[in-house]
Write a protein that binds this ligand. Sequence first.
Ligand code: NAD
Length: 504
Amino acid sequence: MASIATATTHCKNYIGGRWVESRSGRKTERRNPADTSEVVSVAPLSTREEAREAVAAAKAAFPAWRETPAPVRGKAIARAAALMEQQKEDLARVLTREEGKTFKDSLGEVLKSVNILEFMAGESRRIGGDVLPSELPRNFAYTMKQPLGVVGMITPWNFPVSIPVWKMAPALVAGNTIVFKPAEFTALIAEKVVEIFEQAGVPPGVINMVLGAGEEVGEELVRNADVKAISFTGSTEVGCQIYAEGARQQKKCQCEMGGKNPLVVLADADIPLAVEATVFGAFASTGQRCTATSRVVIEEKVAEEFVKLLAERTAKLKTGNGLAPGVDMGPSVDESQMNTVLHYIEAGKREAKLLLGGQRLRGRHADSQTDYDRGWYVAPTIFDHVPAQASIAQDEIFGPVLSVIRVRDYEEAIHVANSVRYGLSSSVYTNDAAKVFDFIDRIETGITHVNSPTVGGEAQLPFGGMKQTGIGLREMGRVALDFYTELKAVYIDYTGRKRESNIY
Ligand code: NAD
């Protein structure tokens, strides 16, 4: 399509309430993955020293923010929700230009972030502890939650609005101050998210943002003794390194990492419903979701019917520039990610039977007015008869590649669904109540769905994974506050007498 050219933005760091140029002199240019002729942003690769300055600003802002009553902090979060709602279309447009997901997916992400802000604003009036009975007469025992101090946030590019928001909102409500290091690809939308909090009246120094490389700015946050906790979302490889370093520093760490999510289809399932969920789960956001459906585990008896419908439905998807009307799937986030996807597609051709797609898209697509040669487009790809141990069934590909694994029966389905190192999300399609409950009981994932897609999550429910997907406390929901607070147990003796008991 004629490129939707828009001005290039030069991004800045946000430290102590001021937008400041980095002194590093090193920069990274972000091109629209749907049309690489458009330079969306130029962002600095900041230095460790700048990260330290941001930590110092957050440390200085902490005492006053800690003393601000939680409901007052919550009001700022509520204002951020309203501002984000007002600006949703502009934000979604930036998100699509920078990350590549379709405008519809971007808008969905922004609206989800509004929900999270609204939910957490409400929680600011409920941060409490428990009052518990004491073993002693006229003794009052209770727990209270207190903020940690400066917290570091390191985030990926694939949900560059909602992931920072689901970390910042509970951290702020709990009274912490923040240094945020977004992914290098998504500096501009990160800047827009921080601007919302600034406009909402979050005081200077309470949120700081430093743009730059993980190995420099990210590492500094993990190592810096003034950063009391790290909330990380990203790959399992980087998350494990951060967790190990965090342990050496005795730092609280929360790492949400990769996924290889199964959608299990049993013989009695509503097959068209399962097909719709699979297409949405596998190909929306170009499969670049941590909760994307990357494996279908299906009972042999219904597999033929399922794959026929699946191929027909997927063939109708329109791939193109996410800002063009009617587009269902955008490009890979960059060339290197596209090459990873193509590498796995070649492996899949050796390991299984290619059912659909299987190549980079080239030429012009008249319908979506997209010039595929200008972007990183891969066709929605499905492999059938995939062995459960094949690389395409085991590794997180993070692209529009789906593996269909056929199994004999329910027992084998459960075994295969659990036979990966990850454990984020899952889904089962069946109308057999006993199997529904058995599946919920035995599936090794932090989130599970019954007769609905593997993707998505609501603000008031916890989000996170088991096994090599998640280490540390869950995000979102009320439990999100537990990561951002210390729990203090309090005993008040109002007898005024020497204790006469043998409680230790
Ligand atoms: P990534 O691990 O490459 O990068 C994530 C962040 O870590 C980036 O900001 C990066 O700069 C930073 N980083 C890199 N090296 C670092 C280091 N040594 N020290 C400190 N920080 C460092 O991941 P990505 O490619 O941006 O994102 C994709 C991954 O994120 C996928 O694996 C996906 O499954 C995962 N993800 C998980 C969830 C979840 O909730 N489980 C959600 C979204 C994405």
